[in-house]
Design a protein around this ligand. Structure first.
Ligand code: ZN
Ligand code: ZN
Length: 157
Protein backbone atom coordinates (compact mmCIF):
# COMPACT_ATOMS: atom_id res chain seq x y z
CA UNK A 1 0.00 0.00 0.00
CA UNK A 2 2.82 2.38 0.87
CA UNK A 3 4.00 2.42 -2.72
CA UNK A 4 0.63 3.52 -4.11
CA UNK A 5 0.71 6.97 -5.67
CA UNK A 6 -1.93 9.59 -5.05
CA UNK A 7 -2.57 12.80 -6.98
CA UNK A 8 -2.94 16.36 -5.82
CA UNK A 9 -6.42 17.81 -5.38
CA UNK A 10 -7.56 20.36 -7.97
CA UNK A 11 -10.79 21.76 -9.37
CA UNK A 12 -14.17 21.54 -7.77
CA UNK A 13 -16.82 18.93 -7.02
CA UNK A 14 -19.13 18.49 -10.04
CA UNK A 15 -22.14 18.19 -7.73
CA UNK A 16 -21.81 20.81 -4.98
CA UNK A 17 -19.05 22.94 -6.60
CA UNK A 18 -16.99 23.01 -3.42
CA UNK A 19 -13.21 23.12 -3.89
CA UNK A 20 -11.51 19.76 -4.01
CA UNK A 21 -8.77 20.19 -1.42
CA UNK A 22 -7.03 18.29 1.35
CA UNK A 23 -10.31 18.14 3.29
CA UNK A 24 -12.60 16.96 0.50
CA UNK A 25 -10.49 15.20 -2.17
CA UNK A 26 -10.98 11.47 -2.85
CA UNK A 27 -9.65 8.92 -5.31
CA UNK A 28 -11.29 5.71 -6.49
CA UNK A 29 -10.58 2.30 -7.96
CA UNK A 30 -13.01 0.27 -10.05
CA UNK A 31 -10.77 -2.81 -9.77
CA UNK A 32 -8.66 -3.43 -6.68
CA UNK A 33 -5.48 -3.66 -8.75
CA UNK A 34 -6.05 -0.44 -10.71
CA UNK A 35 -4.02 2.70 -10.00
CA UNK A 36 -5.99 5.38 -8.12
CA UNK A 37 -8.12 7.75 -10.21
CA UNK A 38 -9.13 11.23 -9.05
CA UNK A 39 -12.78 11.54 -8.04
CA UNK A 40 -14.78 14.45 -9.45
CA UNK A 41 -17.04 14.26 -6.41
CA UNK A 42 -16.04 15.57 -2.98
CA UNK A 43 -16.04 13.28 0.06
CA UNK A 44 -19.28 14.85 1.35
CA UNK A 45 -21.15 14.15 -1.89
CA UNK A 46 -19.77 10.60 -2.03
CA UNK A 47 -20.97 10.02 1.51
CA UNK A 48 -24.40 11.31 0.53
CA UNK A 49 -24.43 8.84 -2.41
CA UNK A 50 -23.46 6.06 -0.03
CA UNK A 51 -26.38 6.86 2.23
CA UNK A 52 -29.04 7.36 -0.49
CA UNK A 53 -28.26 5.16 -3.51
CA UNK A 54 -29.72 1.93 -2.13
CA UNK A 55 -32.99 3.68 -1.34
CA UNK A 56 -33.00 5.10 -4.85
CA UNK A 57 -32.62 1.58 -6.27
CA UNK A 58 -35.58 0.38 -4.17
CA UNK A 59 -37.61 3.27 -5.58
CA UNK A 60 -36.75 2.06 -9.11
CA UNK A 61 -38.03 -1.43 -8.22
CA UNK A 62 -41.25 0.05 -6.87
CA UNK A 63 -41.73 1.93 -10.15
CA UNK A 64 -40.82 -0.94 -12.49
CA UNK A 65 -43.94 -1.88 -14.41
CA UNK A 66 -42.99 -4.92 -16.47
CA UNK A 67 -40.88 -8.06 -16.44
CA UNK A 68 -38.19 -6.57 -18.66
CA UNK A 69 -37.79 -3.54 -16.40
CA UNK A 70 -37.44 -5.71 -13.30
CA UNK A 71 -34.98 -8.05 -15.03
CA UNK A 72 -32.87 -5.05 -16.06
CA UNK A 73 -32.75 -4.03 -12.40
CA UNK A 74 -31.75 -7.60 -11.44
CA UNK A 75 -28.60 -7.21 -13.49
CA UNK A 76 -27.65 -3.92 -11.88
CA UNK A 77 -28.27 -4.46 -8.17
CA UNK A 78 -25.84 -1.99 -6.58
CA UNK A 79 -23.44 -2.80 -3.77
CA UNK A 80 -21.11 0.17 -3.53
CA UNK A 81 -21.19 3.87 -4.43
CA UNK A 82 -21.69 4.21 -8.19
CA UNK A 83 -21.92 6.73 -11.00
CA UNK A 84 -21.42 5.70 -14.63
CA UNK A 85 -20.03 9.04 -15.69
CA UNK A 86 -18.15 10.16 -12.60
CA UNK A 87 -16.47 6.82 -11.91
CA UNK A 88 -15.58 5.61 -15.38
CA UNK A 89 -13.26 2.58 -15.39
CA UNK A 90 -9.80 3.92 -16.38
CA UNK A 91 -8.84 0.52 -17.83
CA UNK A 92 -11.92 -0.58 -19.81
CA UNK A 93 -14.01 2.58 -20.04
CA UNK A 94 -17.75 2.33 -20.55
CA UNK A 95 -17.51 -1.27 -21.78
CA UNK A 96 -16.33 -2.41 -18.36
CA UNK A 97 -18.82 -4.71 -16.60
CA UNK A 98 -17.91 -2.94 -13.34
CA UNK A 99 -17.97 0.54 -14.88
CA UNK A 100 -19.20 3.16 -12.43
CA UNK A 101 -19.09 0.94 -9.33
CA UNK A 102 -16.37 1.96 -6.89
CA UNK A 103 -14.45 -0.97 -5.42
CA UNK A 104 -12.19 1.10 -3.21
CA UNK A 105 -12.19 4.70 -2.10
CA UNK A 106 -9.32 6.74 -0.70
CA UNK A 107 -10.12 9.78 1.39
CA UNK A 108 -7.32 12.33 1.56
CA UNK A 109 -8.48 13.91 4.82
CA UNK A 110 -8.35 10.67 6.79
CA UNK A 111 -5.96 8.75 4.54
CA UNK A 112 -8.35 5.81 4.89
CA UNK A 113 -9.08 3.29 2.13
CA UNK A 114 -12.61 1.94 2.34
CA UNK A 115 -15.01 -0.22 0.36
CA UNK A 116 -17.90 2.27 0.02
CA UNK A 117 -20.78 -0.17 0.56
CA UNK A 118 -24.19 1.48 0.35
CA UNK A 119 -26.19 1.91 3.51
CA UNK A 120 -28.93 -0.74 3.34
CA UNK A 121 -27.32 -2.74 0.52
CA UNK A 122 -27.70 -6.52 0.62
CA UNK A 123 -24.45 -8.46 0.87
CA UNK A 124 -23.33 -12.08 0.45
CA UNK A 125 -26.07 -14.72 0.73
CA UNK A 126 -28.65 -12.04 1.47
CA UNK A 127 -27.78 -10.39 -1.84
CA UNK A 128 -28.17 -13.69 -3.77
CA UNK A 129 -31.56 -14.22 -2.15
CA UNK A 130 -32.61 -10.65 -2.93
CA UNK A 131 -31.76 -11.10 -6.63
CA UNK A 132 -33.55 -14.47 -6.74
CA UNK A 133 -36.65 -12.88 -5.19
CA UNK A 134 -36.51 -10.02 -7.67
CA UNK A 135 -36.35 -12.49 -10.60
CA UNK A 136 -39.29 -14.43 -9.17
CA UNK A 137 -41.18 -11.14 -8.85
CA UNK A 138 -40.49 -10.39 -12.54
CA UNK A 139 -41.90 -13.76 -13.62
CA UNK A 140 -44.94 -13.34 -11.38
CA UNK A 141 -45.55 -9.95 -12.95
CA UNK A 142 -45.43 -11.53 -16.40
CA UNK A 143 -47.77 -14.38 -15.39
CA UNK A 144 -50.28 -11.94 -13.95
CA UNK A 145 -50.18 -9.82 -17.08
CA UNK A 146 -50.79 -12.88 -19.28
CA UNK A 147 -53.64 -14.04 -17.08
CA UNK A 148 -55.17 -10.61 -17.27
CA UNK A 149 -54.94 -10.58 -21.05
CA UNK A 150 -56.51 -14.02 -21.20
CA UNK A 151 -59.36 -12.78 -19.07
CA UNK A 152 -58.60 -15.18 -16.24
CA UNK A 153 -58.57 -12.41 -13.69
CA UNK A 154 -61.68 -10.49 -12.88
CA UNK A 155 -61.23 -6.76 -13.21
CA UNK A 156 -60.73 -5.01 -9.89
CA UNK A 157 -63.98 -3.29 -8.96
ZN1 ZN B 1 -19.51 17.83 -3.45
ZN1 ZN C 1 -12.83 -2.10 -15.80
Amino acid sequence: MATEKHGEPSGECVVCMCDLDADTYCEFKIHADDAWSPSRFCSGCIDHMRRTQWKRFEDLIAKADCRAAVLRLCSSVPLTVHDHVGFECPTHGKECTQNGSVALLWDMASGAVTEPILVGAKQGAEREQFIANLKAFAELMEAEKKAELAGDLKPVA
